[in-house]
Write a protein that binds this ligand. Sequence first.
Ligand code: ATP
Ligand code: MG
Length: 204
Amino acid sequence: MTHHRIGVMGGSFDPIHNGHLVAASEVAHRFDLDRVLFSPTGLAWRKTAEHAASAELRYLMTVVATAADARFDVTRVDIDRQGPTYTVDTLRDLQAQFVQEHPDDTASWFFITGADALADIVAWRDPDQILAHAHLIGVTRPGHELADPGLPAGAATLVEVPALAISSTDIRARVGRGEPIRYLVPAGVQHLIAKHGLYAAPQP
Ligand code: ATP
Ligand code: MG
């Protein structure tokens, strides 16, 4: 029997950028995780679809961005499920998959979110359901205050990660304005954005 320590990072990853990768890498190191699973959302339940890349291209960019890191993997559970993505479904599906693939093993689950998304989970979703499946890890993010949003004691850990003031929104806007995104995203992601002409329309 093996015990696994698995991190999960959900996001629209439209596109994935170095801020996501640094946060996941730092948490993997600090919490001694064997794996971090990146899960691109199906429909982003609070986001407009305007100027968004397709689920398949977001998935592809996430695969390319994580390919060189042995700890990182990408899951399709959210993009293969119909309808908007809820974190509790992500965790439930991944845990069911884990039991199928490793019937004799056990696992500890960690859900990694930036400061903004941590506040969102508490404001918009039922955090108890999520907490039944995973320990929450809130990471610092420039421009957002990281504070315990009133979760039960021990339910969440706040972690300081190297600050990268990068957002997918800003990257889409930069592409729309013809500004460079080199060094903000992995080179392969930059190439996919150019190859598929993503985010080329001016952003509102
Ligand atoms: P958008 O601007 O489209 O919302 P985003 O940059 O916020 O994109 P998401 O895919 O929404 O990226 O975020 C996925 C997860 O990564 C969220 O938990 C978010 O808080 C976290 N995250 C995103 N960017 C950073 C960053 N620069 N530093 C730390 N965490 C981040
Ligand atoms: Mg976001």
